[in-house]
Write a protein that binds this ligand. Structure first.
Ligand SMILES: C[S@@+](CC[C@H](N)C(=O)[O-])C[C@H]1O[C@@H](n2cnc3c(N)ncnc32)[C@H](O)[C@@H]1O
Length: 377
């Protein structure tokens, strides 16, 4: 498989339990296609029709369960990938041609040079910030992701681009895969938006020590992933956090400088005691007294039946200012397909004047989907 400006395939990633639904989304966008499993929740997808049409299909019907998608502009075998190569390369300050050859990465370096010499790379302005994002799937040994990046960064620099480790304008995705016996590499050039996520495979890991609860990771991820959609709570904004205990989301919002009213029948973590800007109302979300049109943001992370969540948030929608945002975790419980469940919730919220901006299964969602909504102006 080789390729020029158009991808020849895609590497698609979803949470393994929901991969079937992600593939259905992709097939619908592509008008059909063939999927080869590369690892749990990861597929090599070959569209039946024009690969260029896949992006347009996804833009028309944004996916919810498809977490990440990178194009494949080059696919190659890496027969000489050696288990010891990672250590070898890691010990070097930078990987040179000799290091790449020793690691079995020489074909990958060559394919990258070739990809950057034309095709899609012609769209990149000189000096563009490009991040090499590496995933290793089912490989025993072989170079580490770090070693692969160290081997490819100099190739990017030599082609006139700026290799970066974060906030890229473009991404050079490298998926190394050992699933079919002989190691293979899939290589593609795309923007973070085209990949549906700025992170390799859509996976973002945060340090556990910094947060009160793991639930905080959902909000941290949503704040990053949805920022390009205009979801950027500002210091001084007023937030209502329903189902707040033990306080992970509340802590994240306070740390961003928001004033937070937290509601939960259970107490908050003592570490939040005396935090300026925090009001705690101990009680049920549907029962505590709240003023209307008083909040810029409503968050709800109640571990509930989805219809209960929908009804409670709908009944509280009037607390938001016009144009205010809502971020709601929906448990995929109860009857119907996962898509039918979250759509039903979105319909109920639309009836209360909360319009759906996007729905995504975040990396940190388990059997859940996160909805981002706005109150009608
Ligand atoms: C998944 S936890 C929330 C975690 C929280 N977002 C965090 O970051 O720490 C769900 C919370 O919903 C609360 N809850 C359950 N029923 C509720 C209700 N009717 N009103 C408000 N909170 C409720 C539970 O007490 C529990 O603390």
């Amino acid at each position: 498989m080789s390729g020029g400006r158009s991808p020849v395939a895609f590497v698609a990633t979803a949470q393994p339990e929901y991969a079937r639904h992600a593939l259905a989304e992709l097939r619908q966008a592509a008008g059909g296609g063939r999927a080869e499993p590369l690892a749990e929740g990861v597929f090599l997808f070959q569209p039946r029709g024009d690969p260029e049409a896949v992006r347009a299909g996804l833009a028309a019907q944004p996916p919810v369960f498809l977490r990440h998608l990178h194009p494949v502009h080059r696919a190659l075998a890496l027969p000489d990938l050696r288990p010891e190569a990672g250590a070898e390369l890691r010990s070097e300050t930078g990987a040179d041609a000799c290091g790449s050859a020793a690691s079995g990465l020489a074909p990958l370096v060559e394919a990258t040079r070739d990809l950057l010499a034309g095709g899609r790379a012609a769209l990149l302005p000189p000096g563009a910030a490009v991040q090499v994002q590496v995933r290793r799937l089912g490989l025993r040994g072989g170079p580490s992701a770090f070693a692969v990046k160290a081997a490819l960064d100099p190739v990017l620099a030599a082609a006139g681009f700026r290799p970066v480790s974060r906030d890229p304008e473009w991404v050079l995705s490298v998926t190394l895969c050992g699933a079919a016996g002989e190691p293979r590499a899939f290589l593609g050039l795309s923007t973070p938006a085209e990949n549906l996520s700025p992170w390799p495979g859509g996976a973002i890991h945060y340090p556990r020590a910094a947060v009160i609860s793991r639930a905080a990771f959902k909000l941290m991820e949503a704040l990053e992933l949805f920022a390009p959609l205009g979801f950027c709570p500002r210091p001084g904004d007023r937030a209502l956090d329903l189902g707040a205990a033990p306080g992970g989301w509340t802590q994240v919002l306070l740390d961003r400088g928001l004033r937070v009213t937290a509601v939960d029948p259970a107490p908050l973590d003592p570490r939040l005691q005396d935090r300026p800007g925090l009001t705690f109302l101990q009680g049920r979300a549907g029962e505590v007294p709240l003023p209307p049109v008083a909040f810029d943001l409503l968050t709800c992370d109640i571990n509930w039946h989805p219809l209960e969540t929908a009804r409670t948030v709908a009944a509280r929608a009037e607390v938001l200012v016009p144009g205010g945002w809502a971020l709601v975790t929906v448990k995929l419980l109860g009857g119907g397909t996962p898509t039918a469940i979250w759509r039903r919730v979105a319909d109920i919220l639309a009836g209360a004047g909360l319009w759906l901006i996007t729905a995504r299964q975040l990396f940190h969602n388990r059997d859940e989907v996160t909805l981002l909504l706005r109150r009608a102006d």
